[in-house]
Design a protein around this ligand. Structure first.
Ligand code: ADP
Length: 719
């Protein structure tokens, strides 16, 4: 019997076996319809085996769906990811098939020659036959090509000389031209690009870290590597991952300038029909460059030669909902499976990548100077303990005077504050009540533009009430602390004649509005921009010469494993926006803790010292990259079931050396969307097979349907 092993989009640990009926063309990667109880599900075949001895009464597959099959390497990557993330393989496969949600495009009706001769030839009819000989055309195109009226074409159809054929054109993107507009690289860029080209030429799995200060030309370098890969192999495909849509727009434009055509785009803002086109074109090899967000990793590449992870340190590469994964790590895994080159690029690489580079696992390519005349900005700390802003204000006098000078020179300022909205907390002056979401343990953030209080975790929102909902006092609710909207209010009050704007995911919700705001800023139509991290990275604003960090201490408070690293990266990126062209830049950082190691390192522009200190601390504690972590997050609307499951898991921990389990403990965010949450944390030495441990552990406990257990390998969030 021929048995097909099929991944169904269900939380099952293994593929399901089905009988493959005689004559059905099932092969690995094929999309099939399979019966499951009363249901029929779409799945993907992972293996087809001849099992002469099979005597189970297997159900038969129903049909094969006419879609491009998943290539073998994509299947291998799906299975690898499932194992690595301790996720059901069918759910990972479902992520890989997301591009096929929209229905296939409808076939076009065209006219083709049947071979029959017209009863009455005329010069007009001859011209139609000649035009149709080149291949099927629509009736209108055929009439136009033959310079005849529609009636002539219609007559030939009625006589049976032409008939209607339905044609689906394969999805395709225009071919990029690697020679379109090559950059004139400076010597250090050329050296880095040269190494990448050598790695590509050597073939097989290769990994490199392009570690270059902001503005050093990392993008130029990987564009040339991409050109080399495309030129060397007419079938080669290139994937470039970017952390944000806002950033994607600017990079897409650079690809278009470099290769003469726009690359395919893949992120949450792309419509389902366009996603299907990208998916199909990637699968059939007619899409050579994809620029996308992390989920682009799961596209069905046929011949992926180069993967680039730009801004590789960025926290948004960690997918926290649904399938939990770190796209940077998965990109390296995919490159291994494909035998491709992976390039990680950043001005502030993650400690993990720096460690890998140091150990020689990645080629370490450094670009230490900005391109051309641009210089790195001078960075100064403003000690807010010595010169605090007035009550209810957030900008110190030294920052305000620097902004005034910058404005007077006709240059731009950027104020960075990584907090959306107007105020992070609203409380009642009368009774002290803090406004929180009804079903979640987090403060509601006030948004003045919309007049609403918003939960940034769940998206819950409500109009700001007139009375305190707790004590009923009128007009007693006060806004505490600043968000970007409030800082902009202050800027407008201080500089009424300046043109101001806010750049955050609220004011720039999609690619088009991001592009519009970036263009206005680049064209000098904005004098003072107040921005969250949405604008902290990647953009080049030639007239931007002053960056002010409103609250540098914000990210240091969380106290999780990566708080210092993340703050350093974010502030280095934000301050790195200043002085990108020929005008020198300056950055001022407001802080109440100027002695903190992160701030000292930023002011001294001494990344290496910071990295060395941080790495030593991690090593001493056995934390990543020197040890491995996994979190189990339990949640339930039923507190009794939650407690029982947490206890059962704690009692079922398998015996293992070089590994500790902590918890269960209430999660810091103990209530989200009405569900209570508990956490367990595993720490293991580097050589321990953490995934096997977690899988064995989970298999020992029967989790009731009311409790959800999520595994987070290498957690970034500890909430
Ligand atoms: P990074 O990615 O390291 O931040 P970019 O590649 O964005 O740096 O380069 C910064 C700026 O300098 C961009 O405007 C870019 O076009 C310009 N630039 C960098 N290298 C070159 C070069 N070799 N020739 C011309 N312009 C360059």
């Amino acid at each position: 019997m021929k048995v097909a092993r099929v991944l169904l989009p269900l939380p099952l640990p293994e593929p399901f076996d089905y009988a493959a009926p005689e004559g059905m063309a099932v092969a690995p990667g094929a999309h099939v319809v399979a019966p499951l109880g009363p249901r029929r599900l779409r799945g993907v075949v992972v293996e087809v085996e001849d099992r002469p001895g099979e005597n189970r009464p297997l159900k038969a597959l129903e049909s094969v769906v006419d879609e491009p099959p998943l290539p073998p390497n994509t299947l291998a990557f799906v299975r690898w990811t499932a194992r690595w993330t301790c996720s059901p393989p069918g759910e990972v496969a479902a992520v890989a098939l997301r591009g096929l949600r929209a229905p296939p495009p409808r076939p076009e009706r065209k006219l083709a020659l049947t071979g029959a001769k017209p009863a009455r030839p005329t010069p007009a009819r001859d011209r139609v036959l000649e035009a149709a000989a080149a291949g099927p055309l629509s009736a209108a195109d055929l009439a136009r090509a033959a310079a005849v009226s529609g009636g002539v074409v219609k007559g030939l159809c009625e006589e049976g000389v032409l008939n209607v054929v339905e044609i689906v054109e394969p999805a395709a993107f225009p071919e990029p031209d690697p020679g379109h507009a090559p950059a004139a690289l400076n010597p250090s860029q050329a050296a880095a690009a040269g190494v990448l080209e050598t790695l590509l030429d050597q073939g097989g799995f290769q990994a490199a870290l392009v570690d270059g200060v902001t503005g050093s030309g990392k993008t130029e370098v990987y564009l040339e590597a991409a050109a080399h890969a495309l030129a060397a192999d007419p079938q080669a495909q290139v994937l470039v991952l970017l952390p944000e849509i806002a950033l994607t727009q600017a990079v897409l434009a650079r690809f278009e300038r470099r290769f003469g055509v726009a690359p395919a785009e893949w992120h949450s803002g792309v419509s389902p029909p366009k996603r299907r086109k990208v998916w199909e074109a990637v699968a059939n090899g007619r899409c050579r460059i994809v620029v996308g967000a992390r989920s682009a990793l799961f596209l069905p590449f046929r011949n992926l030669r180069l993967l680039v992870v730009d801004e590789e340190h960025d926290g948004s590469y960690k997918q926290e909902d649904g399938l939990i994964y770190q796209a940077r790590d998965l990109a390296v895994a995919r490159a291994k499976i494909e035998g491709a080159t992976v390039v990680l690029a950043s001005a502030t690489p993650s400690l993990e990548s720096l460690w890998n580079a140091e150990q020689g696992r990645y080629r370490w390519l450094k670009l230490s100077a900005r391109h051309g005349a641009a210089r790195l900005p001078d960075i100064d700390l403003i000690d807010l303990r010595q010169a605090p802003p007035e009550r209810g204000r957030w900008l110190s006098t030294s920052l305000v005077s620097a902004m005034a000078e910058t404005f007077a020179r006709g240059e731009q300022s950027l104020l960075f504050l990584n907090r959306r909205g107007y105020a992070p907390l609203v409380l009642c002056r009368a009774c002290g009540e803090r406004m929180t979401a009804p079903d979640t343990d987090s403060w509601l953030v006030e948004h003045r533009y919309t007049g609403r209080l918003v939960c940034h975790l769940t998206g819950f929102s409500m109009p700001k009430p007139k009375k305190c909902p707790h004590c009923g006092a009128e007009d007693s609710l006060v806004s505490v602390g600043p968000g970007v909207e409030r800082v902009e209010e202050e800027v407008r009050a201080l500089f009424p004649e300046a043109r101001t704007a806010v750049f955050s995911s609220d004011t720039v919700p999609d690619g088009a509005s991001a592009r519009a705001l970036v263009e206005r800023m680049a064209a000098g139509e904005i004098d003072m921009l107040v921005a969250t991290q949405a604008a902290a990275k990647g953009h080049n604003f030639p007239r931007l010469t002053l960056v002010g960090v409103v609250d540098a201490d914000l990210g240091l408070k969380g106290g999780d494993l990566r708080a210092s690293e993340r703050t350093f990266q974010l502030l280095a990126q934000a301050t790195g926006r200043a002085g990108r062209a020929d005008r020198p830049g300056r950055a001022l950082i407001q802080t109440y803790a100027p002695e903190h190691a992160v701030l000292q390192a930023l002011a001294a522009q001494d990344r290496d010292a910071f990295v060395a200190a941080e790495t030593a601390e991690r090593e001493a504690a056995g934390l990543p990259p020197f040890g491995r972590l996994a979190a189990l997050i339990l949640s339930s609307a039923d507190p009794v079931a939650l407690d029982a499951t947490a206890k059962a898991l704690a009692a079922a921990v398998p015996n293992a050396a070089y590994l500790e389990v902590y918890g269960p403990a209430d999660a810091p965010l103990a209530l989200v969307r009405g569900r209570r949450r508990k956490r367990l944390l595993v720490r293991a030495d580097r050589h321990v097979d953490l995934q096997s441990f977690v899988t064995t552990w989970m298999s020992r406990v029967k989790v009731p349907g009311s409790v959800r257990v999520t595994v987070d390998i290498d957690p970034y969030s500890f909430l």
